[in-house]
Design a protein around this ligand. Structure first.
Ligand code: ZN
Length: 167
């Protein structure tokens, strides 16, 4: 197994779980396979295979070749590993997570929150105004939430991801 293939296999397992790892290992072995072939070879239900393949595709760990089946009239999808080196996949994932965290930070910084001391449910200021500062479930008065700890955690996570490089 080449270094690149091995990295893809490890990455697939980490991000998408054991079935994904087995699919990648199978594709490394045979080069190319349809979802049905994978299902038979691995003894895993085809619905699961398809769901995991879609996840792998979204992470750009696999790609496919579409071939029209002349007899049946429908398309067959032949799946194989991406040609990209995994660092590219990791770098994209880093950027995507960073983007989500930054938006979350903006949201947390731009809003004040309240919580119910009974059920611990969290409410935004707009919701609270609608509910007249009472929990709609419990009927008790809501209290202001200090989200400075959550903000610190977010900032730290963003810092770690900003310092990380996959080149
Ligand atoms: Zn409540």
């Amino acid at each position: 197994m080449s270094e690149k293939d091995q990295a893809l296999s490890v990455l697939a397992r980490k991000i998408h779980g054991e079935v994904a790892g087995r699919i990648i290992d199978r594709l490394i072995k045979v080069g190319e396979a349809t979802d049905e072939q994978l299902s038979q070879a691995l003894g895993i239900e085809i619905g699961t295979i398809r769901r995991v393949l879609n996840g792998l595709y979204e992470s750009r760990l696999v790609k496919y070749r579409r071939v029209r089946d002349v007899d049946q009239g429908w398309y067959l999808y032949y799946w194989r590993l991406t040609d990209d080196y995994p660092t590219k996949v990791l770098e994209e994932r880093r950027r995507r997570v960073l983007d989500i965290l930054r938006r979350r930070l903006d949201f947390e910084q731009g809003n004040s929150f309240f919580y119910c001391p009974e059920c611990r449910r969290r409410f935004s200021f707009e919701e609270v105004a609608d509910y007249m500062f009472r929990c709609p479930m419990c009927g008790v008065d809501l209290e202001a939430l200090d989200n400075s700890q959550a903000l610190e955690k977010l900032k730290r996570a963003i810092q770690i991801l900003e310092d990380l490089r996959f080149e």
